[in-house]
Design a protein around this ligand. Sequence first.
Ligand code: CTP
Ligand code: MG
Length: 399
Amino acid sequence: MSKSGEVWAVLLAAGSGTRLAQAVGGVKKQFLSWKGFPLFWHSALTFSKTPAIKGIVFVFPPDQVEEMRETVAGLDGSDSLGLPWRVTAGGARRQDSVFNGLNELPSRCTHVLVHDSARPFASAAMVTEIVEMLQDGTEAVVPAVEVTDTVKEVDGDVVRKTLVRSRLKAVQTPQGFSLPVLYAAHRQAEEEGWDVTDDASMVEMAGREVRICPGEEGNVKITNPEDLKRIEDETRTLPCVGWGYDVHRYGEGRPMVLGGVPIPGGPQVIAHSDGDVLLHALSDAILGLFGGGDIGFHFPDTSAECENMSSGIILKEVMAKAEEAGVEIVHVDLTVIAQIPKLAPHRELIRKNVASVMGLDRSQVNVKATTEEKLGFTGEKKGIKAVAAVTGVKTFSRS
Ligand code: CTP
Ligand code: MG
């Protein structure tokens, strides 16, 4: 290979993904999102990690070329490829898409790797090995793996022939070529009406030698619905716990409300909002689940907006924040500490109300009440306190 020539990649993303379309709501597989990027971008990143690759031609469906040019520019802007790139429109068959891609290569390009964007797991090490074989003078290189099944040639449901497995290989992409050799094979294919499923077969039919290099078992082509599990974003869940505490002083102010339930005959409480000490402790505990700060920060008592604010609204807002943070609340344990009033008669109602406001089953909510044996400010009937422990599960993406 001439030292001045460049190796480029043609990345095929112009298919219609018909075998997968139904399972993914019609999205073309090369545009499915995986680890935060469209599938085709993962192969582009692999090429960018191989210093010998000097540029990429993306081949997209004809009606999406302009849209995808912007998408690639955006991805390159945030996650730079560090390579020049071009886009072009594909054709009806895979081989037509490849030919269009070859026509987009710059004249300084002497070698090309043709790759299916439906194979996002190809490694940079394999790309490097293919490039090295080309640099050593091999005209055509395909990665190949052992065939584990016995392969038979059939006619309808009748077996015609059994092929000798020890002489068979399954081949993958990227396939590497001397550009003039591949280009000439494509011209000949067009003239003579060949219909093939990979580029190497054209080069073979043109009478040139194709060599194999070790392929990778993991370099599968996303083709059928069962392959989708390979590109599911892996997630893991972790338990999390939040704890909350609040105190309100008794005195002329607002009628007592606990867990959204009015407590008739209870002492009045002095408070900026509606004075529901239990829902305040609960809301703080929910913020604690995901590092969300405290309610004093989100709903300051210096703010006129929070004056009279229903604690039910505060609770709903902190629950929405928890959901945004990917946390699902699974259990709530609440304790009210007060000398007066007697809370046992209200316990079930509070439990039912909290469960209903939070969209939980009653078995996921516990309400307890205790006195402090006449000790401290609750014992002296100067005020009331509440504590809450909330358990949740947080889902993380592994990518
Ligand atoms: N491809 C292409 N142009 C075509 C056909 C296929 O660029 N006219 C690309 C696909 O986008 C894919 C690769 O070639 O990355 C391998 O093709 P295949 O797995 O068959 O994909 P599709 O043709 O899209 O899928 P299907 O055959 O299920 O319709
Ligand atoms: Mg196809």
